[in-house]
Design a protein around this ligand. Sequence first.
Ligand SMILES: Cc1cc2nc3c(=O)[nH]c(=O)nc-3n(C[C@H](O)[C@H](O)[C@H](O)COP(=O)(O)OP(=O)(O)OC[C@H]3O[C@@H](n4cnc5c(N)ncnc54)[C@H](O)[C@@H]3O)c2cc1C
Length: 412
Amino acid sequence: MQQNTFTHPTKHSNSPSLITGGGQGVGLSVVGGGAAGFFLAINVKKMLPELDVTIFEQQKKVLSKVEISGGGRCNCTNTFAEITDLKQAYPRGASLLKRLFKQFGPKEAYNWFEDHGVPLVVQDDECVFPQAQDSHAIINCFLNEAKQLGVKIKLGTKISNAESLLKANGGNSDYVAVTVGGTPSKEGCVPSLFTFNINDSALKKLMGTVVENAIASIPGTKMRAQGPLLITHWGMSGPAILKLSSYAARHLAEQSYKSPLLINWTGESNSEEVRSHIIYLLEQNPQKQIDNVRPFNLPARLWDYLLDKASLKGKRCSEIGKKGTNRLTELLTNDTHQIASRCHYKDEFVTCGGVSLDSIDKSTLESKFTPNLFYAGEVLDIDGITGGFNFQAAWTTAYAVAKGIEGKVKNR
Ligand SMILES: Cc1cc2nc3c(=O)[nH]c(=O)nc-3n(C[C@H](O)[C@H](O)[C@H](O)COP(=O)(O)OP(=O)(O)OC[C@H]3O[C@@H](n4cnc5c(N)ncnc54)[C@H](O)[C@@H]3O)c2cc1C
């Protein structure tokens, strides 16, 4: 193979003109030049400077998703301060990550970036971004590190059979790490993190309305998600909906993305509390029009929409009565909608499914069937909700593979 030439990265370029690697000593081929591939290559090269590491990337440029992630700012991890159980953040892969976080978790990732010249900031919602508010801070860090360490990068090279790179299969590599990301169209894989199309013209008129604390759920299942909800011109979006799409990714795929959806607009899951609050408001304001007595600080347009649905618009509070109170309680806590189809959220979209976690070693992520073949990143059956959790999974699994390869090389 040819010797690598590696141009210095500039702020707006993640297309270093790169040729190829492959050398005389022990070699690792990393298939996929994304977040996991780079993090793995850099870390393993730090652990084993003699290891000949080459990243193969099918596109003409590397780290494309990192570049567009987080609206171009790259939400690279999360403090996990609001996560009490990893299953909340990772509908799939939580127990494996729990184990791997002991080795390299969010704190280690945070420190890694800071130690490598990427100062970070924590937002109020616990999401972590580069202080520069620019994903190129991370891209440039990775490209510089890779260059300094002598990681070779081969662009425009699609590897259709990663196993064939292994020496055992006639290839040149002692080890192969597959970091090709997710493909929702692959067998057994479905999309996660999407928003819902809802054909309700009255609802769509509320476009732009944000409810700070809603609960979205799929009736007849335990799938529910709480958080801000945004009404859009196509239906519903926002963290509560994205989270629910992640929890219900497989279920919704099975239903061809046509499913009833329940919205609790109050964030209060005990409907008796909601009923008591309504009764209190009605008793306190008997002469007022119900239109002007908004419970739970709901946006005025949404309250108007709900009153319209309940046929209570324009009534005085004293006229609402028991039936009206029941109707309002039901609408506030169990407002039924119909998901007509899914749509792609423009900021984040991941794959639910991938390489089965039963097929890999739980510590090193080496294939149980093909020795010296490792997997990291979204190619695995691990995916998270929005908030930096998916990149954290990429850093953690990439680091685990780097350690796994280090262990194998040292024991050769
Ligand atoms: C628009 C968008 C925004 C996002 N924002 C965030 C965010 O802010 N925070 C967060 O945590 N997550 C975010 N995500 C999710 C996150 O980007 C992914 O989870 C993460 O990139 C996965 O890293 P990866 O290295 O496993 O895969 P990828 O980043 O997808 O990298 C895989 C690489 O492998 C290459 N490749 C694929 N097949 C081959 C092949 N056969 N041969 C050679 N190369 C191949 C691909 O071209 C690609 O470069 C976002 C996703 C999207 C789509």
